[in-house]
Write a protein that binds this ligand. Structure first.
Ligand SMILES: Nc1ncnc2c1ncn2[C@@H]1O[C@H](COP(=O)(O)OP(=O)(O)O)[C@@H](O)[C@H]1O
Ligand SMILES: [Mg+2]
Length: 388
């Protein structure tokens, strides 16, 4: 069984390996599927760590699994790597179920949470390890190790021991080790989690650049939404062992399916309102006695949950003319903070507390606590979500 699957993978490598013979892209311009996760479940006693996940991972994409702690990200990654066997479901590569194939036969590169290097081996020997395991000739090992160290900007440190490196440098060595054997897929579990904020930001850029240079598939796990948004082609939002939403960062941000996703990917105002009618797919909403029409991920008449990003909410010191379709609410400022170039203003209205973010350069004067203001938002920035 494993031998058959192995042959299938080698066939897949042959078909997809260089990227140029990858076959026709999907009808809608999607890349070919590298790995299909089909109804995968992982159960530990009464806990469903992963609960019926299906997902197509595309050739060459940078995919990020994003979710709070305990949402099943590591478990899903471990099943993709082959370290954990699914309780049920399939992992399909080139038409074969590889769910039972051991990790060493998958040839995926992996960076684990906490980046454990071998402490007794030098940087060079750490990176050489996967190649020596594969019994490659000495000159090839040297050439590949130096190339990988160069890619991760660690070529000057080849003779150092891990304990003589900073956290960020150790992380780069772990990255070099994971990609030195040219894996088709690089799996990264919270690869930047142990690093301070500034270093994380610069390594995020490097990971992205590395992905572009290598052209291989990256599957990354993080609980940090900014990290997920800044690096990924697609983000998979997970919660309680399930996928809540999959999509490009900008799309998930602007069009979250649920209130959980809206809140997890940045700040959002979540308001309760009622839908009095539907106009096709659009909801006719009443909020504080005013009516407007909004799009959304949810349809139907009755109670509704709305998501509005703070950067789409304006506040005015003088009552604005009521423009067609605007959401307009009277309120009073309860808190003002400076966030970089923005004011972040909390405004109490009879629809609840609403947060507005405005460029300091775009408001006539600094708001302060107790100011009476009008909250204004274009209906196109109001998005109806599923409450969860
Ligand atoms: N080996 C295990 N035995 C029992 N429970 C586990 C095991 N691995 C993970 N879990 C449980 O499965 C859930 C998902 O864990 P995990 O995949 O590590 O989440 P994440 O990486 O998103 O933080 C958690 O409730 C965790 O306690
Ligand atoms: Mg984890």
């Amino acid at each position: 069984m494993a031998a058959t699957a192995m042959r299938e993978i080698m066939q897949a490598d042959h078909n997809f390996g260089s990227g140029k013979a990858a076959g026709a892209a999907g009808l809608n311009g999607q890349k070919p599927v590298l790995l299909g996760v089909r109804n995968v479940v992982k159960q530990y006693a009464s806990v469903y760590a992963v609960n019926d996940i299906s997902l197509d991972i595309q050739e060459g994409e940078f995919l990020t699994l994003l979710g709070p702690s305990g949402s099943g990200k590591t478990t899903l990654l471990m099943m993709i790597a082959g370290f954990v066997a699914p309780t049920s479901g399939e992992m399909v590569m080139a038409g074969a179920n590889v769910a039972a194939l051991p990790p060493e036969k998958r040839n995926f590169g992996m960076v684990f949470q906490g980046y454990a290097l071998f402490p007794h081996l030098s940087v060079f020997d750490n990176v050489a390890f996967p190649l020596r395991l594969r019994k490659l000739p000495k000159e090839v090992v040297r050439e590949k190790v130096l190339a990988a160290l160069k890619l991760t900007h660690m070529d000057a440190y080849a003779n150092r021991m891990p304990k003589a490196l900073s956290g960020g440098q150790q992380q780069r060595v772990a990255l070099a080790r994971s990609m030195v054997f040219d894996p088709k897929v690089l799996l990264l579990d919270e690869p930047l989690g142990a690093l301070d904020r500034q270093l994380r930001a610069s390594l995020q850029d490097e990971l992205k650049a590395l992905h572009r240079r290598l052209g291989s598939t990256f599957i990354c796990v993080t609980h940090d939404q900014e990290e997920a948004m800044s690096m990924s082609d697609r983000v998979v939002v997970m919660r309680d062992g399930r996928i809540v939403q999959v999509g490009e960062p900008a799309v998930i941000y602007a069009r979250p399916r649920t209130s959980f996703v809206a809140n997890f990917l940045g700040e959002s105002n979540i308001l309760n309102a009622s839908v009095v009618a539907m106009e096709g797919e659009r909801s006719v909403i009443t909020l504080s006695g005013r009516q407007f029409v909004a799009d959304g991920a949810e349809t139907g008449i009755g109670e509704a949950c709305l998501s509005i990003r703070p950067e789409h909410v304006a506040f005015e010191f003088v009552e604005p003319a009521q423009e067609n379709g605007d959401l307009l609410l009277e309120g009073s400022v309860t808190d003002v903070t400076f966030v970089g170039a923005d004011y972040r203003v909390q405004i109490a209205t009879d629809a609840g507390v609403i947060i507005s973010r405005r460029r300091t350069s775009e408001v006539p004067r600094a708001p302060s606590q107790g100011d009476q203001v009008w909250v204004r938002c274009n209906a196109s920035a109001v998005w109806r979500v599923v409450k969860d």
